[in-house]
Design a protein around this ligand. Structure first.
Ligand SMILES: NC(=O)c1ccc[n+]([C@@H]2O[C@H](COP(=O)([O-])OP(=O)(O)OC[C@H]3O[C@@H](n4cnc5c(N)ncnc54)[C@H](O)[C@@H]3O)[C@@H](O)[C@H]2O)c1
Length: 334
């Protein structure tokens, strides 16, 4: 099988490439990644000689087309601009990468005999739930994206679905919750808090810190994508979650406890504009139909992730020198 993994030098994409290498030894893996702030070729160091890596922007169709002409069976599409705060500052970049580039990939897949296109998306397309409610997002939840990031992901989901209905391209879609684990750059809550705490610096918590997300260990996400890619039904959408709802304060407290640091390192800062209050995900369709169950608890996943950061200082050190601070909280950072 020849598989194209877009965004394979990013956080989840690189974990998925490692997962494929371990579990599907006969697959020929091609990765296309433009290496933006989140992409890092070092994420693929240990497999680089076993894969074909191309650095370019997916919007550059003339570079992408020869890869499809060489014969691709599966596409797993991770590539996207992903940082919500960056999307508030530069929505155009998100439209180009998340919508326009996805259309190019879908069209080339349609025209070159791709057997399955798996589109990786987010639960953020569903909007926000009430903090007090027990509702969860599922595959029938209406779309209600509220940031430029989630709006562009919603656009790409609709495009992917339209290629199934209009052209008969074999498309599957997954909408997952917040991932954490190895190779996540310190622009997301778990690595930022872990690395700040390890350096005895403040953990900056947005607003009241009570906004809730579901947390999914990245290797459980890779297993879910494996199931959908190989056993999912064409045209279907699957919600993927970890079954672990946590708010910002709880995450900070757990990380401080694991590292044996003082609770006084917590610092509350201005909230993100339009910050969604709660996401929760019902993954029962994926469990029922394809046998998915998350296998890593949040506590266990956090310990493994923190250990990975402790063991990989050379990987994360460069990020600390150019730490991204969203405009809405500039002047409030450490
Ligand atoms: N991280 C999460 O918690 C999470 C949750 C839900 C869904 N997702 C989705 O999963 C996918 C992967 O997320 P991630 O956290 O690994 O993101 P990431 O930002 O770590 O990685 C994305 C990768 O895509 C590459 N990329 C972006 N635009 C590109 C383009 N136009 N051409 C070529 N390469 C491009 C980047 O260089 C980067 O390496 C995304 O589609 C995201 O929307 C992520």
């Amino acid at each position: 099988m020849k598989i194209l993994v877009t965004g394979g030098a990013g956080f989840i994409g690189s974990n998925f490439v490692h997962y494929l290498r371990q579990n599907y030894l006969d697959y020929q893996i091609t990765v296309v990644d433009k290496l933006n702030q989140q992409g890092n070729i070092a994420n693929l160091d240990s497999v680089i000689n076993d894969i074909s890596f191309h650095k370019f922007d997916l919007i550059e169709e003339d570079k992408l087309e020869p890869i499809f002409k060489s014969g691709i069976d599966y596409v797993v599409h991770f590539a996207a601009e992903t940082n919500v705060d960056r999307s508030i500052e530069d929505p155009d970049n998100f439209v180009n990468s998340n919508v326009l580039a996805t259309n190019i990939l879908l069209r080339l897949s349609r025209d070159n005999g791709v057997k399955r296109f798996h589109h990786v998306s987010t639960d953020e397309v569903f909007g926000s739930l009430e903090l007090e409610s027990t509702d969860k997002f599922n595959e029938t939840t209406p779309y209600d994206p509220r940031s430029p990031y989630s709006a562009t992901k919603a656009g790409s989901d609709h495009l992917a679905r339209s290629y199934f209905h209009t052209y008969g391209l074999d498309v599957t879609i997954s909408n997952c919750s917040n991932n954490y684990g190895p190779y996540q750059v310190p622009e997301n809550i778990v690595p930022v808090f872990a690395l700040m705490a390890m350096q005895d610096k403040s953990l900056t918590i947005y607003g009241d810190g009570l906004s809730v997300r579901d947390y999914l260990y990245v290797l459980d996400h890779c297993r879910a994508i494996d199931l959908i890619l190989h056993k999912g039904v064409a045209g279907e959408t699957y919600c993927v979650g970890g079954g672990e709802e946590q708010n910002g304060v709880q995450i900070a407290d757990k990380i401080l406890e694991i590292l044996g640091k003082q609770p006084s390192l917590k610092k509350f800062v201005t909230d993100r504009p339009g910050h969604d209050r709660r996401y929760a995900i019902d993954y029962s369709k994926l469990s029922r139909e394809l046998g998915y169950q998350p296998s890593v608890t949040f506590e266990e996943g956090l310990k493994q992730t923190i250990q990975w950061y402790k063991d990989n200082e050379t990987w994360w050190k460069p990020y600390m020198e150019k730490l991204y601070v969203p405009k809405f909280m500039q002047g409030e950072e450490n």
